[in-house]
Design a protein around this ligand. Sequence first.
Ligand code: FAD
Length: 378
Amino acid sequence: MSNSTSYDVIVIGGGIAGISISAVLSSTMRVVMLESESVPMYHSTSRSAAMLIENYGGSAMEQLIRASRPFFVDPPDEFCTAPLAGRRGVLTMAEVGQESELQLFYDACKGVELLSADQLQQRISNLVPGKFTGGVLDSTALDLEVDRLCQAYLRQFRRHSGKLICNARVTAMRRKDGQWTVKTGSGECCAPLIVNAAGAWADDVAAMAQIKRLGLVPHRRTAAIVAFEKPARREWPMLVALDETWYAHPEGEWMMISLSEETPMQPCDAWPEDIDVATAIDNFQQAIDLGAVTKVIRSWAGLRTFAPDRCPVVGFDESAKGFFWLAGQGGSGIHSAPALAEAAASLITANTYPEWLTIAPDLVAELSPKRVTGEFNS
Ligand SMILES: Cc1cc2nc3c(=O)[nH]c(=O)nc-3n(C[C@H](O)[C@H](O)[C@H](O)COP(=O)(O)OP(=O)(O)OC[C@H]3O[C@@H](n4cnc5c(N)ncnc54)[C@H](O)[C@@H]3O)c2cc1C
């Protein structure tokens, strides 16, 4: 980066949030995307379970996920010709004794089917007999092609002459004469507008700009791909324990298993703890009989970052001109990204939404950082 190269907007962060909004904004603006790591998508974005689940994440998030679905199912030809999603379904299972919780969960979901214990057993023959009382099947859930989605956004970004700079951790920022100047290890750049898409580090980025933190907290979640004596059935839906002690879905003949934990921590390159991997596998084995583990193929952990009210934070900061938040997507940053990127970009440019996107007019206003600054004082 040459000294103080000038752009219309600087996007900080090269995860799905930064990549998707950069791609959208670059059609009308000169955009630079700055990423700390040597490659984009290094942190949370490459560590997800890669699912779209409509009944997930609370009301605002559910609207964004539903609004994103048409984009995943039938992406615009110029964006990507290969599929971005495949059918999977998600089956949430309740143990004997959890009947009332199951009913509450069923009542809160849309477009789902309530299954009896017998129906569960018919669908998933390897269930440990007598353990489950019933379940809720959401057949609309999809497997997502996360890497393909990100690569398509990056192609769109480059076609529009957007510039991605890796190894460019932002270390300082100041605003003067209507311009933000941002310092990185690779030089400086400036623009009247900053988009803070720094994931787990979004509060640290705000603090560099002398802007109040919003109380965003990263939470670690662990996952592993595990081979058992018996193969998994490729046609199984994602399986979720109602009490959130594990979830799993087939990866070919193996299973991807997560502990579903939320361990609050500082922003970092998250690493799985052996005990969490072992507990996830043990919880799974108490529910599903695939015999003994033959190999843990790989394990990983990633950070899911939440605002205090667990809604994403999207909009201009009231205290600093030209500072835009796109953070706090928690466990939903991938399946909400197409709608969220367009909605956020439209707040910035005042452009209208593309044809495929339908969201309630006041939804994005609900996500404004204003609601959080009123609650959280540091
Ligand atoms: C185990 C697990 C399962 C999940 N499953 C799903 C799922 O099925 N579906 C779904 O939709 N979501 C899922 N998620 C959540 C999803 O992964 C996240 O919501 C999403 O990836 C967040 O994207 P992001 O771009 O905000 O953050 P990140 O991908 O972390 O990107 C932020 C980027 O900002 C960069 N950065 C930070 N500070 C600076 C700085 N100072 N200068 C320059 N760059 C900086 C970082 O290096 C990082 O690359 C899951 C997450 C986990 C951990």
